[in-house]
Design a protein around this ligand. Sequence first.
Ligand code: EPZ
Length: 422
Amino acid sequence: MVGEVQISGAKNAALGILAAAVMADEDVIIRNLPDVSDVNIMLEAIAGTGAVVKRLDRHEVLLNGSTIRSHVVDNSYIRKMRAGYYMLGAFLGKYHSARVALPGGCPIGVRPIDQHRKGFEALGAVTSIENNMICVEASELKGAYVYFDSVSVGATINVMMASVFAEGRTVLENAAKEPHVVDVANFLNSMGAHIKGAGTDVIRIDGVKKLHGSDYTVIPDQIEAGTFMAAAAATRGDVLVRNVIPKHLESISGKLREIGCTVEVYDDAVRVLVNRELHSVRVKTLPYPGFPTDMQPQITVVLSTAKGTSTVNETIFENRFKYVDELMRMGTNITVEHGSIAVIDGVKGLKGAQLVATDLRAGAALVIAALAADGDSVIDDIEFILRGYEDFERKLRALGGDIVMGDDEKEAKKFFLKANAV
Ligand code: EPZ
């Protein structure tokens, strides 16, 4: 891969921000939205509650929550998308009542919601699960002290939203510090919320009576950027990744340097190039600012052709190595111990294969592997990839990748890759 790529808005920030936007009864404009299926399904789900959802252009939308008539988000929207559960926090906060279908999302392990419920209950809500719906109800919401037993991005954002209108002060301890948590907090503050401390592990929210309109731009996507950085490394290329916040990429840049890549950092871009042999390292996924679990498959691909034996320890999700079976078809030498540690013996090169994307980030990682391989590859089930990467194949083609999406009806959901275009 050689050239420049422009990073889109952050999917996981956008999902929280869209839910939060309808907590105001005035016009809210959100810019730099990524055009990916998760975001588009979220917009449909929000429109389904009666809110105004008006596309201004491909990356901009106007929302207005004053016309909402239903606090129920049903299965048809949510089955394939986990972030629908952000409507719980938004509607509980605004209307004291919400019902949302149990979340779907990527099959990367059991994904409990106990911490979300714990936070809602601390604010005074009653929560229950009935007919596969999560139901939250409150007669009033009062500021509370919440200690999260595990660091959860979703629970932090959800309880933060629910507490925006709660009377008095809410303190969230052991909060997630991910850039998208900060972005949702900044957005809520832009509508008049009083949230302090987002980005640290203690967030304080002082309840307000109402929120007003806003015009807000979503931050760039940390994981999309990291994926292109990994693609540059795996293909021994030279890629300038533009429109990023380099601070958000520090754990990724640091690990790529340790492997032997050169990473140059500019104000809003990073350049990754490889001009020497890459070698093995240890990686452990951790909550931010640690190495992101959403970059675990991509770094495994980079390490699969780095000299020596690497280990990748997944500590966030218990079933996030399913894609390793697919990678093995390409000639990698990886064993997974106890489902959580991949031991990777670097091989000289990868060969093209017929592959199936098992989830969003794993799918992106297989694409990177196929770009780095000798021989042609076909990747099936790319719906997963389209959930989170805007114009993935177009951006890769601009970097020299020979990748096309099947475009007749039968082939529509596959990527076809030809080897060694770069
Ligand atoms: C968010 O998921 C992201 N999704 C995920 O990105 C990402 O992998 C994950 O955070 C970790 O960074 C969205 O933002 C929409 P968590 P989330 O709650 O919020 C446990 C991608 O590829 N936990 O931070 O669901 C949980 O089991 C997706 O874009 C509880 O125990 O993740 C896990 O071990 C995939 N109880 C850990 O916390 C709870 O109530 C972190 O999960 C909630 C979570």
